[in-house]
Design a protein around this ligand. Structure first.
Ligand code: GDP
Ligand code: MG
Length: 439
């Protein structure tokens, strides 16, 4: 679904128009695609407004292009729309955990109940399925077969006392030591009000830990109203979007998320028992954006941001005209976060780094690792007052870091050299400033 987004991103990255024109063009296409995919119009407008504002306001870190930065903004905002960093918690917070499935007929409740049973069964849980759909003929048998295939416990009763069956089923499952109990319910009654009433009674009888709303991806904008109606009766805890395999849409179901505040926990991607995937907003959006190396791009941008921060710290060091071992430590940690020293040098234009080119020339990544180990073995006091590091402390640090006393000495020598250079720089700058004042 949302193929249009992928195309728009490609076009955006290739476009030779100026930045603002490309941004506006992209936003138009994004709106078109999202609305076509049934995402609620109001949501779409809010989203694109935010993207546009950020795109025009934010400056990428030095070394990154505005276009790359824009892709990052789009990625983040889309991911937020679908739940952001909130990855669903799949592990039940306690056992036994009772899940009640709700949703209209044909949405995929029974199938999903079976898939969930299998999902948790293969993860080592004792699972029970309870068939409480007394409305549709064959519904109980459908679930019984799924229970057999998933090799989990199963309960039902003849008759049409749905609430009673659910209640006794949950009790029976608990007595059997079931840790996850999934109750399948009916989807269609003579009228909607009656269905909602039954849902309410059932939920009061079994007190589910989680009410799971099952939504068919193809139902479009109705998803929102439906989610709201169910939510009012029995607060929805999580959502499963089914049949994402068969439709280009699904945006409607996604708007339901925004409306109920519930998160999508799983998506169904086929009729088979194993075709159920935990929903990961970021992964989902990365797939929508269709950038194979999106991860690489994001990593590179993160590196550049880190470099920018480092540049800032280094600037402060220069202004202060002094450097502590702690500053040095932070710098090395930042460099490590960015990957390698070589990469850093490519990213940092000019000298901003307190460790200037001349010093860096003698240092490679291996040396940095050693230094990091040494600094890690120092106490806070030693980092702040390196003067107190005598021979016996050096020995302790060397042992703690798996290095030699000579290595520790070298690091300290290097530190003193850097410090001297920074002080000189400061003096030079001071003189320059004084000279400038005279003119
Ligand atoms: P219920 O009435 O809500 O219990 O819905 P069912 O579980 O009986 O499913 C209705 C139909 O949708 C069945 O034919 C299922 O095989 C099919 N179905 C359910 N989930 C999916 C899915 O994720 N993908 C596809 N392609 N079909 C599904
Ligand atoms: Mg069913």
């Amino acid at each position: 679904m949302l193929d249009g987004v992928r195309e728009a991103v490609k076009k955006f990255l290739r476009s030779s128009a100026d930045y603002e024109t490309s941004v506006n063009l992209f936003i138009k296409e994004l709106q078109k695609t999202l609305i076509k995919s049934d995402v609620n119009v109001k949501l779409v407008l809010q989203l694109t407004k935010r993207i546009r504002e950020r795109a025009l306001k934010e400056r990428p870190p030095p070394g990154a292009s505005r276009r790359d930065w824009f892709v990052k903004i789009v990625y983040e905002e889309l991911a937020n729309l679908f739940g952001g960093d909130k990855e669903p918690e799949l592990k039940p917070p306690k056992v036994p955990w009772v899940i009640m499935m709700v949703g209209v007929q044909g949405s995929g409740k029974t199938t999903t109940a079976g898939k969930l049973a299998r999902f948790y069964k293969v993860r080592g849980y004792r699972v029970a399925l309870v068939a409480a759909d007394t409305y549709r003929p064959g519904a109980k048998d459908q679930l019984r077969q799924l229970a057999e295939r998933a090799k989990v416990l199963f309960y039902t009763e003849p008759g049409d006392d749905a609430v009673g069956i659910a209640k006794r089923g949950v009790e029976w499952a608990k007595s059997q030591g079931a840790e996850i109990i999934i109750v399948d319910t009916a989807g269609r009654h003579k009228n909607e009000a009656e269905l909602l009433k039954e849902m309410k009674e059932m939920s009061e009888a079994i007190k589910p830990d989680e009410v799971m709303l099952v939504i068919d991806a193809s139902i479009g904008q109705q998803a929102k109203a439906l989610a709201e109606a169910f939510h009012k009766t029995t607060p929805i805890g999580s959502i499963v979007v089914t049949k994402l395999d068969g439709t280009a849409k699904g945006g409607g179901a996604l708007s339901a998320v925004a409306v109920t505040g519930a998160t999508i926990k799983f998506v169904g991607t086929g009729e088979k028992l194993e075709e159920l995937e935990p929903f990961k907003p970021k992964k989902f959006v990365a797939r929508i954006l269709g950038l194979g190396d999106l991860e690489g791009l994001l990593e590179r941008l993160k590196g550049l941001e880190e470099a920018d921060k480092l540049e800032e710290i280094s600037q402060k060091v220069l202004e202060k005209g002094d450097i502590t071992l702690k500053d040095l430590y932070y710098q090395i940690v930042s460099v490590k976060k960015m990957g390698s020293l070589k990469k850093l040098l490519q990213m940092l234009p000019g000298v901003g780094l307190a460790l200037n080119d001349k010093v860096l020339g003698q240092v490679d990544d291996k040396v940095l690792d050693k230094w990091l180990a040494i600094l890690n073995s120092m106490t806070l006091e030693e980092l702040e007052k390196p003067n107190i590091i005598d021979r016996s402390r050096m020995r302790r640090i060397a042992i703690g870091s798996g290095t030699s006393v000579k290595d520790v000495e070298e690091l300290l020598k290097h530190y003193q050299m850097t410090r001297k250079m920074i002080r000189q720089l400061k003096r030079k700058r001071g003189m320059l400033n004084k000279l400038m004042e005279k003119f």
